[in-house]
Design a binder for this molecule. Structure first.
Ligand code: HEC
Ligand code: HEC
Ligand code: HEC
Ligand code: HEC
Ligand code: HEC
Length: 653
């Protein structure tokens, strides 16, 4: 049974309206999935959709960007579905006070649990959906935290699987999500580069490609067309149209003629590569996650065309771009695949071979036009977003605080540009306009507040994380990354600093998003109710003894034979053909201890398709009674102590 469609038909039968906003900025994929989260602080209330009953708010920070910091209450509401009728017990880790109500009955009450889980009363869940309501009150000071788990006879302790949680929409939720979406549009489109606003949201500082040396990298004819109408060349680009009216074409060409003179120091050597090899690489690396398939087929709205590369890039500049997309634009959304120069040349050859033909139109070298272009660049607003050494910006606009909500139908939000207006033109849809207007009518204090969950929800959508994760076989599924990795390791990995490849057997590659890595990594922890910095995890007194037991348990010799699938440092896996596992010498640095324990206890509870065997019986007992008396938790702890030795792990034997 597919829950969301079941849920919709339930709503229809019950006559509820299912209002699903078109583009919610949300941490859940299906709009009906997750729970409605209502947070109230300082008399202000914010509604959003949360994937689970998870929350982590560091001391002194707001629970969401839409409420002030300080003591708060949170409530989660929705439905929890069970495959079969059965008795469940809810458990929780809490800093603050928590009440869990299922089908109207209070089943768990807990306060400041410390590291031990609070355990509720057993409750009968019906097959199908059950109502879930969770109330939380933060502690008066310090960090606030909630992590809810459940268990029954067949199900070892785990968070409720995300697809089993759903909610109905409401007018209040839709209204709240519209304000969130308006804030997102304001940030992505860099409105604050012209309409200045103070704040702490990382995206307030987002840059645009530098214009230094742009003439050596981009063709003038393409730049003229881009400047004249960026949205026509790339729907959804944050760059607005600055020239409208009768002189738009001539102005754009003058600017392009000027930009073409900016050659800088970099030299681009034409590359030659093998287009067929490039095509194979394009497929292996799943570039279609973000790009229109060059071979044709239906393009999705988020996919960017590469048809213009011949017209846009000067010879050699395409391969250089592919190797280091962030070189001239820190916050670019195109990630770095760590391509070798040969790989970049092959990809460039392939993309050139499928691109539209480029007419080599001559560039104006008329000195007056170039001078006019330079003047326009410094007076129309280009340099509010773009940097250019040696040219002074002479453009200003009103600060954001002066743009009163009643005027968010004119200026930059006008449907058609008004004659003589200095405001840029955007190609917003009616829905995007109403989202921006909803944000304008809010108190706008949310620009001064940021949380890593907010950053993750927004940027994982813009960066298309889910277009790879969960789409292709062998990729870690997106939902499983919530609360899986230590944020320190995840930040190194997402930024591309970590050179070790977890799954070396696969041809795919995780590309690097350096500017976004820290925020995404913290968000992947806090969204699951875990801290953004891994707390100390001191080794127990008998760590050495346990590690030795863990080593024995992992061996093929009287142990679980973990080594048939997993390498340990230099020691290679012995039967890799079966189901290759990740080299265990890195797992201590990678994994959240909570995730590790749940994974080893029952991997298929986390990933139902996993080929990693389940070793423990229903009661959690180990099948090796000779080691640690067959005690499940002790056995799992022993393997963790073995993993703690990292690159010093002795080979399992
Ligand atoms: C290139 C600079 C620039 C950017 C970027 C920009 N604006 Fe403007 N905006 C202007 C100028 C110039 C005006 C005309 C009024 C003025 O001089 O400030 C204007 C006018 C407006 C007005 C009408 C205000 C009034 O009081 O008449 C609104 C609303 C507005 N902008 C919102 C936005 C939003 C929302 C964004 C982002 C989607 C944005 N602007 C991006 C420069 C910019
Ligand atoms: C996570 C999304 C994502 C993935 C994956 C991705 N790209 Fe991109 N790519 C982008 C974005 C976004 C841009 C636009 C960047 C900009 O100009 O700001 C872009 C731009 C480009 C451009 C320039 C297009 C133009 O007209 O300016 C080329 C070429 C390109 N990508 C090639 C590739 C190749 C080859 C791969 C696979 C190895 C790939 N991309 C994978 C997001 C992605
Ligand atoms: C509101 C900010 C903003 C303003 C104002 C703006 N741009 Fe841009 N521009 C961008 C962004 C962001 C990109 C990257 C395109 C993308 O990501 O889709 C870009 C891309 C470009 C590019 C292509 C660069 C490359 O390396 O591919 C050129 C050229 C350019 N802009 C020139 C201009 C000029 C000239 C003006 C003034 C007439 C201008 N821009 C005004 C934000 C802006
Ligand atoms: C072009 C496809 C692609 C895109 C887009 C992508 N990833 Fe990945 N990601 C991968 C692949 C492939 C792996 C596995 C790499 C390996 O094991 O060597 C991976 C692994 C990861 C891991 C490590 C998981 C683990 O268990 O080892 C994290 C964390 C991650 N990605 C986060 C992200 C985030 C955040 C985004 C969006 C900003 C993103 N990914 C976008 C392909 C992608
Ligand atoms: C039949 C092969 C197989 C055996 C035997 C096996 N595993 Fe795994 N293991 C896997 C697979 C497959 C994964 C998931 C790999 C992925 O995420 O792509 C995995 C993942 C793991 C992870 C997560 C590693 C990380 O850094 O993400 C740990 C830890 C782990 N296994 C421990 C063990 C231990 C301990 C044993 C023995 C008790 C064991 N495994 C036995 C196949 C196996």
């Amino acid at each position: 049974m597919h829950l969301p469609s079941f849920f919709r038909s339930l709503c229809l039968t019950l006559g509820w309206a299912v209002l699903v906003p078109a583009l919610p900025v949300s941490a859940v994929e299906d709009p009906a999935q997750g729970l409605v989260q209502t947070v109230t602080s300082g008399g202000v209330t914010d509604l959003s959709v949360s994937p689970n009953v998870w929350l982590f708010v560091p001391a002194g920070q707001p629970a969401t960007p839409f409420v002030p910091a300080g003591p708060f209450t949170a409530k989660w509401e929705g439905l929890v579905s069970a495959d079969l009728r059965g008795d469940f017990t809810f458990h929780a880790l809490v800093r603050g006070a928590l009440k869990v109500t299922v089908n109207g009955a209070l089943v768990l009450e807990a306060k400041d649990t410390g590291p031990e889980l609070a355990i509720g009363q057993s409750v009968r869940l019906n097959k199908g959906t059950n109502s879930l309501l969770v109330d939380f009150t933060s502690p008066p000071t310090g960090e606030a935290m909630v992590r809810l788990y459940w268990t029954n006879r067949e199900t070892p302790l785990n968070p409720i699987p995300l697809p089993q949680l759903s909610h109905a929409s409401s007018e209040a939720l839709t209204r709240s999500l519209l304000v969130h979406q308006g804030r997102d549009l304001l940030l992505e489109n860099r409105c604050v580069m012209c309409h200045s606003a103070a704040g702490s949201v990382p995206e307030l500082k987002m840059d645009a490609p530098t214009l230094n040396g742009i003439g050596a990298r981009r063709n003038a004819d393409w730049m003229a067309r881009w400047i004249q109408d960026p949205h026509a060349l790339r729907p959804g680009t944050p760059m607005p149209q600055l020239f409208t009216g009768a002189t738009a074409k001539a102005d754009s060409e003058a600017v392009a003629a000027y930009l073409a003179t900016l050659k800088g120091d970099a030299k681009y050597e034409p590359t030659s590569g093998d287009a067929a090899v490039g095509q194979a690489l394009f497929e292996k690396l799943h570039c279609v996650a973000c790009h229109v398939p060059p071979g044709g087929g239906e393009a999705k709205p988020h996919q960017i065309s590469q048809k213009q590369v011949k017209a846009k890039f000067t010879p050699g500049a395409l391969a250089a771009f592919l190797r280091r997309p962030e070189e001239h634009f820190k916050w670019i959304r195109m990630p770095n695949f760590k391509l070798t120069s040969e790989e970049a040349a092959n990809l460039a050859a392939y993309l050139d071979s499928v691109a539209d033909a480029a007419e080599a139109k001559p560039v104006s070298t008329d000195a007056a036009a170039i001078e006019q272009g330079k003047k326009l660049v410094s007076t129309v607003g280009c340099l509010n977003c773009h940097t250019l050494e040696g040219v002074k910006n002479e453009f200003t606009a009103k600060p954001l605080s002066d743009l009163v909500a009643a005027n968010w139908k004119s200026g930059c939000l006008a449907e058609t540009p008004a004659a003589g207006s200095k405001a840029p033109h955007y190609s917003f849809t009616a829905e995007q306009r109403s989202a921006l207007q909803a944000f304008a009518a809010s108190d706008r204090a949310s620009l001064g507040r940021s949380t890593s969950v907010d950053f993750l929800a927004r940027q994982s959508q813009h960066l298309n994380c889910r277009e790879c994760h969960g789409q292709f076989e062998g990729f870690p599924a997106w939902d499983h990354l919530y609360g899986k990795l230590k944020p320190e390791w995840a930040a190194r990995f997402i930024s591309g600093e970590e050179t070790w490849k977890p799954r070396p057997w696969a041809e795919f590659r995780m590309p690097a998003f350096p500017a976004y890595a820290q925020g995404l990594a913290e968000g992947l922890a806090t969204i699951a109710g875990l801290p953004p910095v891994t707390p100390p995890d001191p080794a127990p007194d008998n760590a050495a003894e346990l590690a030795e037991a863990g080593r024995k348990l992992s061996s093929a010799n009287g142990g679980f034979s973990c080594v048939s699938c997993h390498g340990v440092g230099e020691f290679g896996a012995t039967q890799v053909f079966e189901a290759p596992g990740i080299n265990l010498a890195h797992s201590f640095d990678r994994l959240q201890p909570d995730y590790f324990k749940r994974w080893l206890r029952a991997p298929t509870m986390i990933d139902p398709s996993s080929k990693m065997p389940v070793y423990f019986d229903e009661e959690g007992k180990s099948p090796l009674p000779d080691v640690l008396g067959g005690d499940g938790p002790k056995t799992i702890q022993a393997v963790w102590e073995y993993l703690r030795l990292k690159d010093k792990m002795p080979p399992p034997q």
